[in-house]
Design a protein around this ligand. Structure first.
Ligand code: ZN
Length: 462
């Protein structure tokens, strides 16, 4: 789930001249150089619309009819990108997974606006360092700089609109990806400014600092899955909850520091502000995951109170099953609970449970790796070699999540790891959810099958 946040996501708008005859189907095809998976999936929101296998030339093609015009995304594991599809489109793309965003090229109908949005996205990335410096400025200077950066992008969009006569809906989405991006920086400003300048207090802001807030839309389905829009809403919820709590709930930071209290502010705010159902559900879900994944720091009573409040405000949430399952897993992974009976297989293909593995040793550390990130694995095996030497009373047990069996075995051969302590997940999804694998360097420490710390870190906990 955290991976969603790490992805560089990108919106592509596929242009379609207004004067052209509209066909009902959409053709979307492309080539993936250095593929990292055998398929490409097409999503609308979080639902799979279609999938296409890569052929021998690493090409794929979708031919789709009867889907609505709008924002989609395609996923070539582990990367995903946005694509705007409209009936009558005939879109080609090419990318190299080694340099995903920078290598991406779209051609066919609407290539102009695609390239525009690609450049827009990459320039937002390039601007990150500059924005970081701008946060140090006083509020009025900061606003001026941000507004002028935004103005440049809006002028470029206006030019494109004039030249290509793109549809209003596409223009709306493109404009939102500019405006919400820059407004997010303003929502972050008070906190970043305080942090970077080392100020004692949050700087006081001119009354018109958040003037754009009166033009926000909370009820537009076309924007729900637009990343800059979603990021903005999430930041807005954090900022407004902080400010109201800071101002209304007593002196200083005490109330804000109480996670249960503060997250209840967020739930209430989302409930009162957001209108579009999926946006609202997604923002609620984010708060639940953010709270629950750190819930091991809180008492069981607080967690229960949180989940009750969540059900009260968002009982028909489309992610409710997933959130309840996470809550259950969190409860099962508390200290002094027995390690769950999740199955893994050893190098000879025998299935064993984590409990059986943990029972063989007094103190066991389970760590996890996927194999898709080579440098992560190299660093991890060095770390494990060091720890095995410096902490001889622990057994360090590796669990691979995603590598195919032959590749996994080959990687183990050259890794220098003790193969008798290496396993592969049988059901990755079940294992990830039961053990709450939300971080790359997470590890689980057990003693005599009993959990000591299920939220430990290979680099920080020893
Ligand atoms: Zn409060």
């Amino acid at each position: 789930m955290d991976r969603q946040l790490l992805y560089l996501v990108l919106l592509f708008i596929v242009g379609c001249g207004e004067g052209e005859k509209k066909e009902s189907n959409i053709f979307f095809a492309g080539e993936i150089v250095n593929p990292t998976d055998s398929k490409v999936f097409l999503y609308k929101g979080d639902a799979v619309i279609d999938s296409a296998a890569l052929d021998e030339q690493n090409r794929f093609a979708f031919s789709i009819d009867s889907i609505e015009d709008g924002l989609y995304h395609f996923n070539h594991y582990p990367e995903l990108q946005y694509v705007y599809l409209e009936r009558g489109d005939s879109l080609m793309m090419r990318l190299n997974t080694i340099d995903f965003d920078e290598s991406l090229i779209f051609s066919g109908k609407g290539e102009e606006i695609n390239n525009f949005l690609l450049e827009l996205f990459l320039s937002h990335e390039d601007e990150a360092d500059l924005i970081r410096e701008l946060y140090r400025l006083e509020p009025t200077d900061f606003t001026d700089k941000i507004d002028s950066l935004q103005e440049i992008k809006l002028d470029e969009l206006a030019k494109l609109v004039n030249e290509n006569k793109i549809s209003e809906k596409k223009e709306k989405v493109a404009k939102a990806s500019i405006v919400y991006n820059y407004n997010t920086f303003k929502e972050k400003y008070p906190f970043k400014h305080k942090w970077l300048t080392g100020a004692q207090k949050i700087v006081s802001l001119p009354t018109d600092f958040y003037s754009y807030r009166k033009n926000l839309t909370f009820n537009d389905k076309d924007l729900t899955y637009l990343r800059p829009y979603y990021n903005f809403m999430n930041t807005l919820v954090g900022n407004m909850s902080f400010m109201s709590c800071y101002g209304d709930c007593g002196e200083g930071n005490e109330a804000v520091r109480n996670r249960l209290h503060f997250n209840k502010h967020k739930l209430k705010l989302i409930d009162s502000l957001m209108q579009e159902k999926e946006l609202k559900d997604n923002l609620f879900r984010f708060v639940a995951f953010d709270y629950l994944l750190k819930a091991h720091q809180d008492s069981e009573k607080n967690n229960e109170e949180f989940i009750e409040e969540f059900h009260r405000l968002s009982n028909n949430n489309r992610h409710m099953d997933e959130i309840d399952a996470l809550y259950e897993s969190i409860k099962n992974m508390q200290p002094n609970k027995r390690i769950p009976d999740v199955l893994v297989s050893d190098v000879d293909g025998n299935q064993v449970s984590l409990k059986q593995i943990a029972s063989k040793n007094n103190k066991t550390v389970f760590y996890f790796w996927s194999g898709t990130n080579r440098s992560h694995f190299d660093n991890l095996r060095k770390r494990v070699a060091y720890l095995s030497h410096s902490k001889p009373n622990y057994s360090f047990v590796g669990i691979n999540l995603k590598t195919t069996e032959p590749v996994w075995k080959t990687m183990l051969e050259t890794s220098g790891l003790d193969k008798s302590l290496q396993y592969r997940a049988v059901d990755v999804d079940n294992l990830s959810k039961s053990l709450i694998i939300d971080k790359l360097n997470k590890c689980i420490i057990t003693e005599d099958e009993i959990i000591v710390d299920a939220f430990a870190n290979v680099y920080e906990s020893f």
